[in-house]
Ligand binder design. Structure first.
Ligand code: NDP
Length: 307
C-alpha cells in the first residue's frame, strides 16, 4: 500500500512530490501521456520566479522532476483510467489493469487547452499557434495577432496581447460575445483590438514557411472567404480539466473542475492541486503553490492516522 500517490507531472504534481518526499513519505508519481504537462507545450518561461533569464518549459519541469527524485520520489508511467474513493484505502486503476492502493491521492492532472482541431493548426503549434498569451505573448512584440473565441479567456488573451502586439483581431464565430460585460467592454474599447464577427478559421496559413503568416477565414453567414495577415494565432476557446477518470467519484463543478477547499476534495485522503481545480489563475507558479498545499494536507492527514 502506498502512502502518497500523485497523479500528474506538471508543476503541481512535482511540487507535491518534492514536499512529500522530503517528509519521508516516498511518494509514487504516475506519469501520464503528457509528462511535464502544459509547460512542455510552451518554449521560454519568463514568469517563473528564480530564473532571471527565463527558462525553457521542458527544462523547468525536468529540474523539478530531478529535485523531487533526489528525496526519494518514485515515478511510474501509466494512464489512470478509474478510481474508487469510497473508503480506505483509496484505489486507482491504470489502463494496464494494474490497481494501486493508497492512503492519500493527490490529483494534479491539469487541464488541456481546447484547440480548433485543424491540421494546419497542429503543424504550426509553437510556431505562432498558442493557447497561452501569458506564456508566449512576449515573443510577438509589435506584430499583428489573432485571438479566437468570444468568452472571457479570449478577451483576457486579447487584452494581454494588445499590450505587446501592434494589433489584435478577435475572430468569433457569432456576432455576440459570451464574455462577461466588463471584459467584453474592455476589449471593445481597446484601440488596438478589432473584431471579425460570424467567422471561423478554415486554415492557419504559413505551414510551408514554418511559421504563422495569416489565417484563412470563412464568414459563417455569407460563406465568403477572406485572409487575415497575422504572425500568431492564440486560441482562447476554453480549457478542459483532465478529470475524466474521477467523474462520479469526487465533487466537480459543471465544467468538470474538481471542487477543492484548500486542495481538500470531498473524498477522504484525496487532494487536488493545479489547473485541475483552478480555472482562474492557471499559472505554473500557482500550480506549484497548490501542489505544496496538497502535500502538507496529505502529510497532516497521514499523521492523524499515525503514519
Ligand atoms: P467559454 O466557454 O466561456 O467561451 C468559449 C468561447 O469560445 C465562446 O465564445 C465559444 O463560442 C468559443 N468557441 C468554443 N468552441 C469553439 C470552436 N470550436 N471554434 C470557435 N469558437 C469556439 O470559455 P472561457 O475559457 O472563455 O471561459 C470559461 C469560464 O472561465 C467562464 O466562466 C469565464 O467567465 C471564466 N473565465 C474568467 C476569467 C476572468 O474572470 N478573468 C478569465 C477566463 C475565464 P460561442 O460563444 O459561440 O459558444
Amino acid at each position: 500500500m502506498e502512502k502518497v500517490v500523485i497523479i500528474g507531472t506538471g508543476p503541481a504534481g512535482l511540487t507535491a512530490a518534492l514536499y512529500t518526499a522530503r517528509a519521508d513519505l516516498a511518494p509514487l508519481v504516475i506519469e501520464g501521456i503528457q509528462p511535464g504537462g502544459q509547460l512542455t507545450t510552451t518554449t521560454e518561461v519568463e514568469n517563473y520566479p528564480g530564473f532571471e533569464e527565463g527558462i525553457d518549459g521542458t527544462a523547468l519541469v525536468t529540474i523539478m522532476r530531478k529535485q523531487a527524485e533526489r528525496f526519494g520520489t518514485r515515478y511510474q508511467s501509466g494512464d489512470v483510467t478509474g478510481c474508487d474513493f469510497s473508503g480506505r484505502p483509496n484505489k486507482l486503476t491504470l489502463s494496464s489493469g494494474e490497481e494501486i492502493l493508497a492512503e492519500t491521492v493527490i490529483i494534479a492532472t491539469g487541464a488541456s487547452a481546447l484547440y480548433l482541431g485543424l491540421e494546419s493548426e497542429a503543424k504550426l503549434m509553437g510556431r505562432g499557434v498558442s493557447a497561452c498569451a501569458t506564456c508566449d505573448g512576449a515573443f510577438f512584440r509589435d506584430v499583428p495577432l489573432a485571438v479566437i473565441g468570444g468568452g472571457d479567456t479570449a478577451m483576457e488573451e486579447a487584452l494581454f496581447l494588445a499590450r505587446l502586439a501592434s494589433k489584435v483581431t478577435i475572430v468569433h464565430r457569432r456576432d455576440e460575445l459570451r464574455a462577461s460585460k466588463i471584459m467584453a467592454q474592455r476589449a471593445r474599447e481597446h484601440e488596438k483590438i478589432d473584431f471579425v464577427w460570424d467567422s471561423g478559421v478554415e486554415e492557419v496559413l504559413g505551414v510551408d514557411a514554418g511559421e504563422v503568416t495569416g489565417l484563412k477565414l470563412k464568414n459563417l453567414k455569407t460563406g465568403e472567404f477572406s485572409e487575415l495577415a497575422v504572425s500568431g494565432m492564440f486560441v482562447g476557446i476554453g480549457h478542459k480539466p483532465n478529470t475524466e477518470p474521477f467523474k462520479g467519484h469526487i465533487d466537480m463543478d459543471e465544467r468538470g473542475f474538481i471542487v477543492a477547499d484548500d486542495t481538500k476534495t470531498n473524498a477522504v485522503g484525496v487532494y487536488a492541486a493545479g489547473d485541475v481545480q483552478d480555472h482562474v489563475y492557471r499559472q505554473a507558479v500557482t500550480a506549484a503553490g497548490t501542489g505544496c498545499m496538497a502535500a502538507l494536507e496529505a502529510e497532516r492527514y497521514l499523521e492523524s492516522l499515525g503514519q
